[in-house]
Design a protein around this ligand. Structure first.
Ligand code: UD1
Length: 382
């Protein structure tokens, strides 16, 4: 192929987990500059330095365009991304848009692209929690239904898409690009001994992260979670990097200064990717309501306790690395106590198929094949 036939494609990212999933795909496309002309577009959904800029620096990627949409209600944020992206496509329309995960930026970009007749590829397609009260579930369903290429991370995704009647030809099991990033950096991260920098003992502390609206926006639930975390920190040191939404809720409810004074509990600002992965890697266990952390903990072989009633990532459970404790913080506390009590005996976890650090390579192979098939019908890069 001549350089003139390079395919213009946009990778759309907006929030922390997107950056981690997109970095290896961006790298593959940049290395295939004879065939691809990628542009990395940051919607600006996350804008704090700790949630955004630091991630780009550490992952070695740089947005070519920042739409700076910021925060808002779901409707406002999604609409702002759509309007800004539409204008960006007016100026320079790609032949393909690649979206990641399940955040508002994902669904907004898929909608704009689909309405303009631009092909959509969804990385991490087919995951389902079957809980439509989760904004991410709505984002996943809509994005998948608009996508031409569906890149799957685990077997359950294929079952869900088949049950929804999706054409099998669109589905490509490629593995997990979030794990590509983890495996790329875990060596250098381990060398930093992040736990030691924070005065913690290896495998003798628990990392807590909570940011889902279902956990932190309900005041009574938040009270119960705070009670459980405080009791946990009396038994085992706890590190709690606090998402801005969670911090605001804790302050509104009057918990923040009491938590700051709780011995055994270390509150932290949101951490960079290296610091966070390093901290999880050195931990005895993790208590979380995040999606991606369930997967990262599995690969790092750190037992994960998930404070949710559902998970869209059931392979983390079947592989033995994750337990769902529902919405009862006391059940989370009991599960963590059991893990700590069991001393060095980790649950025997296995790594899911395709979580081998090469998912983005497989994505590039599919994209090359797709662009060859589409041939002359694709607008080329200018
Ligand atoms: C978003 C994703 C969620 C993902 C999470 C990862 C959606 C619907 N949710 O949730 O799936 O797990 O990112 O972190 O897309 N804020 C800041 N600084 C920022 C960004 C946000 O202070 O840089 C505060 C704002 O008050 C904002 C709130 O956090 O209103 C929520 O941010 P938002 O991007 O709407 O959702 P997240 O909770 O971060």
């Amino acid at each position: 192929m001549t350089p003139a036939a390079r395919v213009r494609c946009d990778l759309i990212v907006g929030a922390r987990p997107n950056f981690v999933k997109a970095a290896p795909v961006a790298r593959q496309l940049l290395a295939a500059a004879d065939r691809w002309a990628p542009r990395l577009v940051h919607t600006g959904q996350h804008y704090d330095i700790n949630l955004s800029g630091l991630f780009f620096d550490q992952l070695g990627i740089r947005p070519d365009l920042n739409l700076e949409v910021g925060s808002g209600t779901h409707a406002v944020q999604t609409a702002r991304i759509m309007v800004a992206l539409d204008a960006a496509f007016d100026a320079d329309a790609p032949a393909l848009v690649i979206v990641f995960g399940d955040v508002n930026s994902t669904v907004a970009a898929a909608l704009v692209a689909a309405k303009r007749g631009i092909a959509v590829a969804h990385v991490e397609a087919g995951l389902r929690s079957f809980d439509r009260a989760m904004p991410e579930e709505v984002n996943r369903i809509v994005t998948d239904s608009l996508s031409d290429l569906l890149f799957l991370t685990e077997a359950s995704a294929q079952e869900h898409l088949r049950a929804e009647g999706v054409d099998r030809a669109k589905m490509h099991f490629v593995g997990n690009t979030m794990i590509d990033t983890l495996l790329r950096h875990v060596g250098e991260v381990r060398d930093r001994r992040v736990w030691a920098e924070r005065g913690l003992e290896h495998k003798d502390y628990i990392v807590v992260t909570l940011h889902r609206p279902s956990n932190v926006d309900d005041p009574e639930r938040l009270d119960a979670i705070v009670g459980a975390v405080v009791r946990l920190s009396r038994e085992t040191p706890v590190v709690f990097p606090v998402h801005p939404r969670t911090r605001r809720r804790l302050e509104e409810r009057g918990h923040w200064s009491a938590l700051e004074r709780t011995p055994g509990l270390r509150l932290a600002d949101p951490l960079g990717y290296f610091e966070f992965i390093g901290l999880v890697d050195g931990a005895r266990a993790v208590l979380t309501d995040s999606g991606g952390i369930q997967e990262e903990a599995l690969v790092l072989e750190v037992p994960c306790v998930t404070l949710r009633t559902t998970t869209e990532r059931p392979v983390t459970i079947s592989c033995g690395g994750n337990v769902l404790v529902g919405d009862d913080p006391e059940a989370g506390l009991a599960a963590l106590r059991a893990i700590v009590r069991d001393g060095g005996d980790r649950p025997s976890s296995s790594r899911p198929h395709g979580w081998d650090g090469r998912a983005a390579e497989r994505i590039l192979a599919v994209l090359d094949e797709w662009s060859l098939r589409r041939g002359d019908s694709l607008p080329a890069a200018r």
